[in-house]
Design a protein around this ligand. Structure first.
Ligand SMILES: Cc1ncc(COP(=O)(O)O)c(C=O)c1O
Length: 400
């Protein structure tokens, strides 16, 4: 395929297909097949390393979506997986062996936390969790056996922003591989490879798919690493179904416009919540007062579509609020066109210990919103009526 470099909006719409190709279908066909027939055994041998041998190894519909991601992320290559978790687990298992050590930020997706803390030790791989934005802690945790620095930015669900330049410099100094979960950012808001990150991972289930109708994982990055991961994907078997890959590609075509709208809506919603008397604190990277706002504005084109906030009350108040919303639908996940609400302590972070949750700032009163692409005024009105259901705001009286 010819390489070309357009702006993000154009790459989203046109990426992955050869612009020179004529007389072909405009929409990418779905190669809904598990295997590919050949004319003779010679051709069979030639087909083996291609995307027309057996779908667990690769598939032409996957290839178009993978090429589109490659162009959006500005990496050498990309790979699709059956889920975001398959992308994480396959990549980590591909790159590490027994005796290796991982430094991981504390604020990462709950499923990844569980994999690092409960699964990898069974294979002789230890992980040290460090405060996400205390880079001295990262440095102190590095051992001679450390191979991987595992990152996420912005973080789920407290929206901390990682200084990509700092972590890349540290990783280079100690010869570590960097893998970042960039699900919340999307390549429309940040392209971590431009900062020197080796591997960029996404739960494609979220913004890439964009319509809450598929499960998918993506890893994009350095050719040598992606080739190793590809081999493991074939062995471990977490490949994507071709029809789901086609849905993903369809989502990618509108990624740029959707993310721009998510950015605008989430900023408006966060500004509304931030000033509300029944809200204790609001987390959103582009919000005035966010501790890494300057960094976020330097590294990101927009703050993304996810925000979280703590109600001024108890766990019961948080539940009542979430249940009182009409437009925000009570469902886990994020990144789709519909606005969603969840309580992370009950969903994405339910599988990790209460102590770990506490350290991450995932309190029982924390509510996460995935702000969709509806009209922002309607979303704000919905929040306003749900907040009105709560008992009057507490008076912050100093006692003693
Ligand atoms: C930030 C983040 N990373 C990874 C995952 C896992 O992705 P999947 O559900 O596609 O396996 C999720 C899922 O919610 C997520 O929010």
């Amino acid at each position: 395929m010819k390489s070309h470099h357009y702006r993000q909006e154009t790459e989203a719409v046109r990426g992955g297909v050869d612009p020179e190709k004529k007389n072909g279908p405009l929409a990418t066909p779905i190669y809904q097949t598990s295997t590919f027939e050949v004319t003779d055994t010679e051709q069979q041998v030639r087909a083996t390393p291609t995307d027309m041998f057996y779908t667990r190894y690769g598939n032409p519909t996957h290839t178009v979506a993978e090429n589109a991601v490659t162009q959006l992320e500005g990496t050498d290559k990309a790979l699709l997986f059956a889920s975001g978790m398959a992308a994480i687990t396959t990549s980590v298992l591909a790159l590490l062996k027994s005796g290796d050590h991982v430094v991981a930020q504390r604020d990462i997706y709950g499923g990844a936390t569980k994999f690092f803390s409960s699964w990898l030790p069974k294979h002789g791989i230890e992980t040290t969790f460090v405060d996400t934005i205390e880079y001295d802690q990262h440095a102190r945790a590095i051992r001679p056996s450390t191979r991987l620095l595992y990152l996420e930015s912005p973080t789920n669900p407290t929206l901390r922003v990682v200084d990509l330049r700092k972590v890349v410099a540290l990783a280079k100094q100690h010869n570590l591989i960097t893998l970042i979960d960039s699900t919340f950012a999307t390549p429309i808001n940040t392209r971590p490879a431009e900062f020197g990150i080796d591997l960029v991972m996404h739960s494609g289930t979220k913004y890439f798919g964009g319509h809450s109708d598929l499960i998918c994982g993506i890893v994009a990055g350095r050719r040598d690493l992606i080739d190793e991961i590809h081999e493991s994907r074939t062995t471990l078997g977490g490949c994507m179904d071709p029809h789901a890959a086609w849905l993903l590609l369809r989502g990618i075509r509108t990624l740029a416009v959707r993310v721009q709208r998510h950015n605008e809506n989430a900023l408006r919603v966060s500004q509304f919540l931030n000033g509300h008397p029944k809200v204790r604190r609001t987390h959103y990277p582009f919000l005035e007062g966010h501790p890494q706002r300057a960094l976020a504005m330097e590294q990101m084109h927009g703050g993304g579509g996810v925000l979280s906030f703590e109600v001024d009350g108890n766990a019961g108040d948080a539940r009542r609020l979430a249940e009182s919303l009409n437009l925000f639908r009570l469902a886990p996940s994020l990144g789709g066109v519909d606005s969603l609400v969840t309580i992370p302590a009950l969903t994405s972070h339910a599988m990790i210990s209460a102590e770990h949750r506490q350290k991450m700032g995932v309190t029982d009163q924390l509510i996460r919103l995935s702000v969709g692409i509806e009209n922002a005024d309607d979303l704000i009105a919905d929040l306003e009526q749900a907040l009105a259901v709560l008992s009057p705001a507490r008076q912050h009286v100093e006692v003693g």
